[in-house]
Design a protein around this ligand. Sequence first.
Ligand code: CA
Length: 228
Amino acid sequence: MSYRILVVEDEPDLLEAVAFALKKEGMKPIRCADGNEALEVVRESRPDLVLLDLMLPGMDGLEVCRRLRSSEETARIPIIMITAKAEETDAVIGLGVGADDYLRKPFGLKEMVARIRALLRRGEEPADPAPRVLRIGELEVDPARHEVRLAGESIPFTATEFRLLYHLVRHAGRVFTRAQLLDKVVGNDVIVVDRNIDVHISALRRKLKNEGERLRTVRGVGYKFNEY
Ligand code: CA
């Protein structure tokens, strides 16, 4: 099966270079140069992953990302943001609105492919050999359905957020350093900075509402999820 990758990029040369590199890898690129159009294309063609430029005509990449995440149908599609160097702050915002990873321009096509493969692989791994629903308070984490429910209601989670939460809840009470959590959720072949974990944790707390209080910062160490 060949993966379908939606590339949303308004620089024609970069769009072609990326599409060419993906084809060489046996993947199927879908091209798009406009933010508004990107949303439609995602709904119609259901790509396996979206490469999303930040600065776009029409709707910008952050808004596209936010909308994809807020819709149940598209909430779990992996998203890699593409940013320019000067937009570093925006890259962090990108993760805040639910992107799984980001690439900074100019980026190497090999690195791009490695990150795409890492995210696709993550989607295929079973979260647990014998997945069972984890329950703490009003929270349910369902690895078989890749679903998080709060008081019985499903909440949209990104793939990264899900892995992070699943790991913390599964080992409730144990403290993990940022490095350990990064290793768990991202894998060794993707380079991210420590503070990205903080951004993901903030997103988790926000989404978990009252139950988010269980997610504790352990000063000078990292994070843990409290059972009581
Ligand atoms: Ca652009």
